[in-house]
Design a protein around this ligand. Sequence first.
Ligand SMILES: Nc1nc2c(ncn2[C@@H]2O[C@H](COP(=O)(O)OP(=O)(O)OP(=O)(O)O)[C@@H](O)[C@H]2O)c(=O)[nH]1
Length: 943
Amino acid sequence: MAKVRVHELAKELGITSKDAVAKLQELGEFVRSASSTIEAPVVKKLRGAFRDAQEAKSTAPAKAPQPAPKAAAPKPAAAPVANDLPAESKAPAAPAEQAPAAPAFKTPEAPKAESGSGQPEGGTSETKPAPKPAAARPAPARPGADRTGAPRPGNNPFATSQGMPRGGRGDGDRSGGPRPGNNPFATSQGMPRPGGRRDDERGGQRPAAGAGGPRPAAGAGGPRPGAPRPGAPRPGAPRPGGARPTPGMMPNRTERPAAPGRGGAPGGAPRRGPGGGPGGGGGAPVGGGFGKGGRGRGGTAGAFGKGGAGRGKQRKSKRAKRQELEQMSAPSLGGVSVPRGDGSTVIRLRRGSSITEFAEKIDANPAALVTVLFHLGEMATATQSLDEGTFEVLGAELGYKIQVVSPEDEERELLENFDIDLDAELDAEGDAQLEARPPVVTVMGHVDHGKTRLLDAIRKSNVVAGEHGGITQHIGAYQIDHEHEGDNRPITFIDTPGHEAFTAMRARGAKVTDIAVLVVAADDGVMPQTVEALNHAQAANVPIVVAVNKIDKEGANPDKVKGQLTEYGLVPEEYGGETMFVHVSALKGDGIDELLEAVLLTADAALDMRANPNKDARGIAIEANLDKGRGAVATVLVQSGTLNVGDTIVAGVAHGRVRAMFNEDGDNVSEAGPSRPVQVLGLSTVPRAGDTFLVTPDERTGRQIAEKREAADRNAALAKRRKRVSLEDFDQAVAEGKVDTLNLILKGDVSGAVEALEDSLLKIDVGEGVALRVIHRGVGAITQNDVNLATVDNAIIIGFNVRPAERVAELADREGVDLRFYTVIYAAIDDIELALKGMLKPEFEEAQLGTAEIREVFRSSKFGNIAGSIVRSGVIRRNSKARLIRDGVVVGDNLTVESLRRFKDDATEVRTDFECGIGLGSFNDVKEGDIVETYEMREKPRV
Ligand SMILES: Nc1nc2c(ncn2[C@@H]2O[C@H](COP(=O)(O)OP(=O)(O)OP(=O)(O)O)[C@@H](O)[C@H]2O)c(=O)[nH]1
């Protein structure tokens, strides 16, 4: 059963959402907000509570029912209804027993006026909430019936006070009014109010049994998913008659409209009887026998007899149906009905959400959405995570704007659950709290332009290195001191050169770097990765300092570099721009001081390099690994606050207490302030580069945050699996406009092979509209960094005579990155060429599964000929492909083992030397002595 939201129920009960939430809390049920969903038992509890409250309030008036309280209904919506009231319905209240089960519909707008006021049946039935006057028109009185306008009982499965009216009440009990709550599409209908139920109860009546009525919200709002289509039988056929006197609630049936023709059999009549009406919803009170008693499966008409009342009912029913049609959203793709948005309704979904979650947000039936998606050309199950693009397509089709919550938003929302609001914390910090902090620098550039060498040279330039004998440890980042205008100014360098690490961190929403040093070899000039690196930095709004390296080399042309970079918006100061260019020789150590100077000047000029050191630490994990002796070892960069040994922290999905901290010299440190990188011991697991870390008030909070992140990651991973590009579907991705470039990462065993492969690949005639780009190449195993880069740039990794490093294949699988391995260069080139031309299809090869010899043929009229066989080799599997061989000649091919039995039992597989019966579907030409050979098609690995 679909869950009900608090505000829906509140509306139905005629109270404010706030009151409902408060009441629920009073009842010990925790709900977060008015839009929270609540389970059926809680719904029941709240109804009960309000009923009791209202009962207390309304005892006196209930005993003295007032005629036509309708007129008091303040809302204009109800007015036409009141005016329309037929004489009978305006009549004063019938004695209680005449209105046994009237669940007293009240307009939601006037709950107080009506609650417990002892509605006369006619009045109550006619005063259901009626946003649409047409829908609120009362059903004409049924001839010969002393029925009043009371709604038929028993069609509200949610009303605890409902049940079958006790025997002896028949027509007389019923009013001619429409049944309450039995049309899930009619906005004008409402479910019975607690007050109304009170009336019922006071009357000692229990409405009919376990009706499969619509959810309460159906009455209050628009159509609900899962509601019957127009023309379908009315939902909620109660089991009438004496069959079940008071079955009470059967809420789980409420989602399902009664099957056509399966209406309630009135009056204890056999369920299958003559004259069953077409509809399904008829339910009659016990002892019924109104209309034509003994009717069997009755519909609406059937339940009410075939008299004028029946016709009246039918007319009503048609009108209702028409209304349903109008109110229902136009059937969308696949012929299913899904509530549509107006094109601007924004639906926020978490990354990795499934159709079910989307369905819940728009109150749709997940199965209907699956159908819609299928007709849009995407196959997915209701619980499968979808990527953003797929949601967008689905949302656009249905008139919703889908907003997939970004990792940053998600993180923010997650922390909000723990009362941690980092943005507010930062906003609250003013000059009084903020203190200067060192800049954090990343070195980027094209391959072999000297990044590593430059980082080494900078390390050596550390003015305080002497006393420690230089920086000895690689921990992912280091801090040096540089003498600047008479002061020692610390600068933090991220020790992993290249923009891969930078982008990997950025992909997780982490902003680590304040300044990027772009290394360009003066002898080589601007190269593709130079451009890529500067694009990455500019995209992240990070100021750039250019290190024109290798100026010691012959043929070095720094001016050419300056000219080239100007085209990319990096204009040197001497040309009137703002970018500082420094000539360096990483090899000789020349120009390093000037470079550091430039970094500090740029930082001072462009950035507010301040943070509050006097609070719990917040920062980013830079690097982490699992050490055999020490467990998880993570290098974190503190961004604000101060990290102390003994603090409890959470970093990504890792959590724990800081056991010890080390700096880049391997020295123990007890605290680390802003911009300080430290190695931390004590985490439960290894965080990823770019994961945020923060100090938590206690270990429990840390663990809970970690667990929530883990769950979110799992969902996201599922979504990613469907997302990335593979060689086989590259052409499709191009056709869909998802990509226009085939990005490749080449890894090989020797550099010569990698170069040869790259050269050959770049010579491929890729044709119009698509491009081929080698975004990274290198020697050695495929690493985590390669996969990270492939993730960010949607690249395919080509491994030539190399394999992935430990756990990397797993990571690639998780991230949906296509890894390809080749041992022959031409095979790789062929594949890429075919992929670019959209012709690379997976290759399959046949793999034999087993053979069986036919010993006897059994003829079955039902299954055709069954080959009684003995398995001679391998295994025979049901549903596998098969061919039939007679005297060495194939007499039947492309067959399927459609049935497989061991004696009388179905079997999924039968092994060598066992007997079995094989059915080959409609292929009946089987003879004794024939051989059934089974096989399956397996994807052929490319080499
Ligand atoms: N002559 C000269 N050679 C340099 C200089 N800087 C680096 N090299 C050389 O250039 C080559 C590449 O230097 P790396 O520091 O490994 O370059 P990288 O950018 O880190 O390369 P990848 O890690 O492969 O991306 C090495 O052989 C260095 O010795 C320099 O200033 N002058």
